[in-house]
Design a protein around this ligand. Structure first.
Ligand code: SF4
Length: 399
């Protein structure tokens, strides 16, 4: 079956490129670099980041839009953006919040591309979802492309394994991967309900194809379902047959896609040991997208929402080393001055794509909408949206 396509309003065509050493440098959000990223250029005038009137312009545009717009801010967004969010949350909470406001003509999604797609799937056809910078993608979502996943499924079909494999995709995947999952009777999961999703899938079949984050799949299967590490195999989409032979696939309960989050995947067991030495009594709180060794060394594991609740409810004087995106950790530290809250790694690391949404892009998007120009609209075609919705609905129906 042909992949159903999704689209933003900007595309990058092929271009004849100058040699690498002659490629021009582009300030983020200006011009286009067809060698590197999709949709870097914005149609129209992007205000300079140094414009001292940016906050005033944002406030004015927001006031002009009023109830016609609803601004969503993912927890990993910059403070300068979060201050304009009507609601903050993780990706699924935000998509549901958008769906709960059918009166909002424009949903301005301050997050990354797959989140805006989910919002478009869950909102009504009359609502328009806008991503202020189309280059705000997700490296994890990009690690499972539609054609790679279809190839994997064909191998499973050839081995007559498809009837016992249930696909489960993490929320952090593109709409066409969610649609693939819906078409094959699977479900979507979040980091909060991954255990329930896997339990359901292993009741429905004897194996799970888990996309695209191997770490969330492994951590949930081993630490929450009691499977062994040798019940898990990793499907490498860059190798023939995923690098796995028939015997390995027969033995496996979890077929984990070889994807990871570039932010959470960088924490190490050494970081855990170092912070325990540096801050006596510190509690290590990590996201389940971290590698298995890091999760094993932690005191607590939690989704983004659980991390926030844990820090906010912690007693004064307690110390926490948190392994998640740095914007959120900094905000938690600022909001909880009676506790010590540090980033697990001493080297700073933001999610570079989340950070693409900055105040100039938000101002540009809101001013354009206020002037009647819909920019950077994210649309998922109806066939893909319907199939992806089936997988999302299955998640909502999880026991
Ligand atoms: S933090 Fe990781 S999973 Fe989230 S958007 Fe960034 S790269 Fe993707």
């Amino acid at each position: 079956m042909e992949p159903a396509t999704t689209s933003g309003s900007a595309t990058t065509g092929t271009a004849t490129l100058p040699p690498r050493d002659q490629l021009p440098l582009h300030v983020l959000g200006t011009g286009a670099d067809p060698a590197a990223e999709r949709g870097v250029s914005c149609p129209g005038e992007l205000p300079p980041a140094a414009d001292p009137s940016l906050v005033r312009r944002a406030e004015r545009a927001r006031a002009t839009l009023g109830d016609r717009a609803f601004v969503l801010g993912h927890h990993y967004q910059r403070d300068e953006v979060i201050r304009f969010a009507d609601v903050t949350g993780d990706s699924f909470k935000l998509a549901r919040e958008a769906a709960a406001r059918p009166g909002a003509e424009y949903v301005i999604f301050c997050g990354v591309h797959f989140m805006a797609e989910s919002a478009d799937i869950l909102t009504s056809p009359s609502q328009r979802v806008v991503l202020p910078d189309l280059a705000a993608g997700c490296s994890m979502a990009d690690m499972a492309t539609y054609s790679q996943v279809e190839e994997c499924w064909e191998v499973l079909e050839d081995l007559d394994l498809d009837s016992c494999v249930v696909p489960v995709t993490y929320m952090n995947s593109s709409a066409d991967i969610k649609a693939f999952t819906g078409r094959h009777g699977g479900t979507v999961c979040t980091s909060s309900n991954a255990k329930r999703a896997l339990t359901w899938a292993l009741d429905a079949g004897s194996k799970v194809l888990f996309l695209p984050d191997q770490h969330l799949g492994r951590n949930t299967a081993v630490l929450e379902l009691g499977l062994g590490l040798d019940d898990c195999v990793v499907w490498n989409p860059h190798l023939p047959s995923g690098g796995l032979d028939r015997a390995a696939l027969d033995r496996a309960t979890m077929i984990l896609w070889r994807g990871h989050c570039s932010v959470h995947g960088r924490f190490t067991a050494r970081n855990v040991a170092e912070v325990r030495e540096r801050i006596p009594g510190v509690q290590v709180l990590v996201h389940p997208e971290c590698v298995h060794e890091v999760v094993l060394g932690a005191d607590q594991i939690g989704s983004t929402e659980k991390i926030i609740a844990t820090i906010e409810q912690a007693p004064a004087g307690s110390a926490w080393a948190v392994a998640t995106e740095l914007n959120l950790v900094r905000r938690l530290a600022a909001r909880n001055p009676d506790k010590t809250v540090v980033f697990l790694d001493e080297t700073v690391c933001f999610c570079s794509t989340m950070n693409r949404i900055d105040l100039p892009h938000l101002v540009w998007a809101m001013e354009s909408l206020a002037a009647g120009h819909v920019v950077n609209q994210i649309t998922v075609d109806p066939v893909t949206a319907g199939q992806a919705r089936a997988a999302l609905d299955q998640m909502l129906a999880l026991p």
